[in-house]
Design a protein around this ligand. Structure first.
Ligand code: BGC
Length: 255
């Protein structure tokens, strides 16, 4: 198993890409901490699934937009599994609004869930890694939209652009401590965040046509890369982004 004995925190771990990562990492021997705010039942079901497969997972009630709660998640990993090896900043949301439509409230929500949570969870994890010694890994689930504009979804793009710079800068700051930081930039993935597209036949067709591989990713496609990055096989990768998008961000109308 690639992650035997590793202790992992996954924010937003009870649905979508996060759930895929929890299942894939647990299958490779990792013990996992998952947060919930509203959906304790979804977290409980996922923990049961992990345990049935012989893995270990614990749930924590936490508001990932609050630095104190994020610290508590890292503490839970240490208290439950003896240490922390990997943080996955996965929690994310989008509002699909343009610059002209975005309210202050929506902007703050998107920035808090996507950007502020990644920033302060990384800070809490990095302090733990340095205290326990031996390095550590922070994986951010970013998006192709960390550098590719998505008109009509601007706050999301701004938050993901922030994650890109968080990884580049913090990766440099933390490198001397043996702490690595890498972004995964998925394209379109079949998760609840894309439900408004996948439930509409026309929109889904358009999206598939825009993807060179002609299909959305499954969460496991992203989770497989997360497992690779957390394994000993990616030990020299830091401060960078791995794009997993079926080619969507290279597409062009050819005019
Ligand atoms: C967004 C989706 C979008 C996809 C591909 C993702 O980051 O959440 O709304 O379809 O990128 O553009």
């Amino acid at each position: 198993m690639l992650l035997e004995g590793k202790s992992v925190v996954v924010t937003g771990g009870n649905s979508g890409i996060g759930k895929g990562i929890v299942l894939a990492m647990a299958k490779e021997g990792a013990s996992v901490v998952i947060d919930y705010v509203a959906h304790e039942d979804a977290t409980d079901r996922l923990i049961a699934e992990v345990e049935q497969a012989g893995g270990r997972a614990v749930g924590v009630e936490a508001d990932i937009t609050r630095a104190d709660d994020l610290h508590r998640m890292m503490r839970t990993a240490v208290d439950s599994f003896g240490r922390l090896d990997v943080l996955v900043n996965n929690a994310g949301m989008e509002t699909r609004q343009s610059l002209l439509d975005t309210t202050e409230e929506d902007y703050e929500k998107v920035m808090s869930v996507n950007m502020k949570s990644a920033f302060f969870a990384s800070q809490a994890a990095a302090k733990q890694f340095i205290e326990q010694g031996g390095g550590g890994l922070i994986l951010n689930i970013s998006s192709v939209h960390e550098e590719w504009p998505m008109p009509g979804n601007i706050a999301y793009c701004v938050s993901k652009g922030g994650m890109r710079m968080l990884t580049r800068t913090a990766g440099v700051e933390l490198g001397p401590h043996g702490v690595r930081m890498v972004n995964i930039a998925p394209g379109a993935v079949d998760t609840p965040i894309n439900a408004s597209t996948t439930s509409n036949k026309d929109l889904l067709g358009k999206l598939q046509d825009a993807i060179p591989l002609r299909k959305l990713a499954d969460p496991s496609d992203i989770a497989d890369v997360a497992v690779f990055l957390a394994s000993g096989r990616a030990a020299y990768m830091t401060s960078t982004t791995v794009t997993v998008d079926g080619g969507i961000s290279q597409g062009s109308v050819g005019l």
